[in-house]
Design a protein around this ligand. Structure first.
Ligand SMILES: C[S@@+](CC[C@H](N)C(=O)[O-])C[C@H]1O[C@@H](n2cnc3c(N)ncnc32)[C@H](O)[C@@H]1O
Length: 310
């Protein structure tokens, strides 16, 4: 039987997990070259979305995001220039067939320059070189269309690696894309995700790296950004904005020191569900009472009160 470790909530900016998949079913396909480790998407959805939210992956590959959405009861929308399964629709990520401000969250794992040969489709961004071959220009179009379809206050995560190829200049793709994204979005955080690629297990690659004096890619960047059109400081309060579900947070508090896996969460809900729900409702009511409109017309953000601008 297919059995992989349960996914873990990652708590620092260095993420690591021993397996491509989690749990008893596969998410996406390990056969797909360039597949995203599913725990990365699982962690993002746990933190930045709620059940029922609309989650977009515009370069969906083998469908990892859609499978994680299924597990976490989010509504997944998958597109790719060369769809690998029927629930992924054909579209160019630069021109998505979606309305403005319609998605709650976007995840994208784009090609990293020309590292992998995907479909060979002329519209595939994996055909474009980051060394002057139009890669960044194409990714700017993708980033701008993702900004268009994301709701205000929604999060966007991009997973990418730099490009190091023999005899060619080093390409800091991560920094280049971060810079382009932060022209539109508000940066939230930068995570390093440990790579466990099969090639990293091959000794001769390490030997070549020493002989040729270059480093093998040991991590991927995971950039988390947020759309904040109004520059509203209230949107900066990440801790209160659709992060881990309130019940999940309560379960984490109820079991200090333990990693709350989906299995443990289900068990906690069976044993203490009504109790946790009641405590959460009490907290919500208390917060609502605190947030009563100020008769003098001042704007309130949580406990702090701001005077209206003159
Ligand atoms: C790194 S893979 C994504 C892997 C995927 N997250 C998974 O777990 O299977 C990058 C994907 O981008 C797709 N792609 C490349 N150019 C595209 C474009 N212009 N529009 C949409 N998808 C594109 C490729 O076909 C490929 O499937």
């Amino acid at each position: 039987m297919f059995k992989q470790p349960a996914p873990k909530i990652q708590t620092t900016t260095l993420w690591d997990f021993p397996s491509q998949h989690y749990g008893n079913e596969a998410q996406g396909s390990s056969e797909y070259i360039g597949v995203t480790p599913s725990y990365v998407i699982w962690n993002l959805l746990q933190r930045y979305t709620k059940p029922g939210d609309k989650v977009l992956d515009p370069m969906c590959g083998s469908g990892t995001s859609l499978d994680v959405c299924r597990d976490l009861k989010r509504e997944g929308f998958g597109f790719d220039i060369s769809p690998s399964r029927p629930d992924i629709k054909k579209a160019d990520a630069r021109r998505l067939p979606l309305a403005d401000d319609s998605m709650d969250f976007v995840f994208v794992d784009p090609p990293y320059s020309t590292h992998i040969e995907y479909s060979g489709d002329p519209q595939c961004i994996g055909e474009l070189d980051a060394r002057g071959g139009g890669y960044y220009e194409a990714m700017e179009e993708v980033i701008s269309d993702l900004y268009r379809v994301l709701k205000d206050g929604g999060y966007f995560a991009l997973y990418v690696s730099d490009s190091q190829a023999k005899g060619k200049p080093f390409c800091p793709i991560g920094f280049e894309l971060f810079f382009r994204m932060s022209r539109l979005f508000e940066p939230v955080d930068i995570v390093c995700v440990t790579r466990h690629n099969k090639t990293l297990k091959r000794n001769h690659w390490h030997t070549s790296g020493i002989e040729g004096n270059f480093f093998l890619r040991g991590f991927n960047y995971l950039f988390v950004m947020r759309k904040n059109t109004k520059g509203d400081p209230a949107l900066l309060k990440h801790e209160e904005s659709g992060m881990l579900s309130p019940l999940f947070q309560a379960a984490v508090k109820a079991e200090p020191g333990k990693v709350v896996t989906p299995e443990l969460f289900a068990q906690i809900l069976t044993e203490k569900g009504p109790e946790l729900e009641a405590a959460h409702q009490k907290k919500v009511a208390k917060k609502a009472a605190r947030a009563k409109p100020n008769p003098r017309g001042a704007k309130t953000y949580g406990r702090k009160t701001r005077k209206p601008q003159r």
